[in-house]
Design a protein around this ligand. Structure first.
Ligand code: CUA
Length: 361
């Protein structure tokens, strides 16, 4: 087998594994370094099952190797017939009971924890005034971006989920087009977002994200959904409860904000005439056709994965399909963006305007 496998293939396989494994141990991305109670318990289950499986593999391998070495023909002679154990009650009982015990050890905590994580009863709890007490986020996955609506606060954002630390955050998950999957590797998940039903779960964030590499946790789409599936990233800002409340207040303060079609600023004018019908610039309102851009300037990435600067934003506006094949900013025939071709001057001004959209001081 190994001889047939050319060296370079083995090498590229190892190289690919290196890339995957390089994500391990990073606290903004790794399941192995959880930053919340859900992620921690999921990791504990992972470790427990892995340890039990490893013990089984080791024990079976040792028995196999012992038999292999000890009872070779060259050692015991050509004509030796070993003791026949077919139908042995003792053996049958041993190799039936041990797996049952192991499976019980695995399944009891797994089932208990799974049901605990699915307990979203608190989502419906209300205080004396009838306001919902739990923080809920409606997540809608779309080709190839994420919308985050906070129904109890009446605000909406996209691509960067903002959450407070130290409390359970409840999620209503759905998809607008095809099946996607919501995953924040370092915090917990993942759970599918479906078109036909709502999936619900909660996560806890016990660490502020500001000290992480990019100041955010990384989020991923974990279900193959089309040509740009691998680029369907989002980011998560975990703030202190006070900072989160301040963010909510400044998002609410953008109520009614629009771009003016006759603005003196060329960027705002271009935006109003070409972008506003799909992209809102007010954080108060309902779902949009395209990502809500109210807090675009505060984001960590352009289009979810490109470095956050004006150059990338301009390149993206010029030809979104070059970066995210199959995204819906392009005409069906893929010839040009749905807003047509803008002049370089318009694109420059537009990028400056979009970058200036911010709710953080
Ligand atoms: Cu959306 Cu993969």
């Amino acid at each position: 087998m190994m001889k047939g496998l050319k060296k370079w293939r083995l090498f590229s396989l190892l190289a690919v594994m290196m890339v995957f494994l390089s994500g391990c141990g990073e606290d903004y991305l790794s399941t192995l370094k959880p930053s919340g109670e859900v992620g921690k318990q999921q990791l504990n289950l992972l470790l427990m099952t892995t340890i039990i499986m490893t013990i089984v593999v080791v024990v079976v391998s040792v028995i196999y190797l012992l038999a292999f070495v000890k009872y070779r023909r060259s050692k015991v002679g050509e004509n030796v017939i070993p003791k026949q154990v077919e139908g042995s009650h003792t053996l049958e009982v041993i190799w039936t009971v041990i797996p049952i015990i192991l499976l019980l050890i695995i399944s009891v905590p797994v089932v208990i924890t799974t049901y605990k994580f699915a307990d979203v009863a608190a989502m419906d709890e209300v205080d004396a005034e009838g306001n919902k007490t739990a923080l809920t986020v409606n997540v809608t996955a779309k080709l190839y971006w994420w919308e985050f609506e906070y129904p109890n606060q009446g605000i909406i954002t996209a691509q960067e989920l903002v959450v407070p630390t130290g409390e359970k955050v409840y999620f209503n998950l759905k998809a607008a087009d095809v099946k996607h999957s919501f995953w924040i590797p370092a915090v917990g998940g993942k759970m599918d977002t479906n078109v036909e039903n709502l999936n619900k779960f909660y996560l806890e964030f016990d660490k502020e994200s500001k000290d992480l590499k990019d100041g955010v946790f990384y989020g991923k789409c974990a279900e193959l959904c089309g040509p740009s599936h691998a680029l369907m990233d989002f980011k998560v800002k975990a703030l202190s409860p006070e900072a989160f409340d301040a963010w909510v207040a400044s998002m609410k303060a953008t109520e009614g904000q629009v771009a003016d079609k006759n603005a003196v600023d060329l960027g705002e004018k271009t935006f109003a005439n070409n972008c506003l019908s799909c992209h809102a610039v007010s954080g108060v309102g309902g779902p949009g056709v395209g990502p809500n851009l109210t807090a675009f300037g505060d984001r960590n990435r352009v289009a979810g994965f490109l470095e956050h600067n004006e150059e990338n934003l301009k390149a993206w506006i010029k030809n979104p399909a070059e970066f995210k094949p199959g995204n819906l900013m392009m005409k069906q025939d893929g010839s040009e963006p749905i807003y047509g071709q803008l002049t370089d001057e318009e694109i420059d001004a537009l990028a400056t305007y979009i970058m200036s959209l911010s709710v953080e001081k």
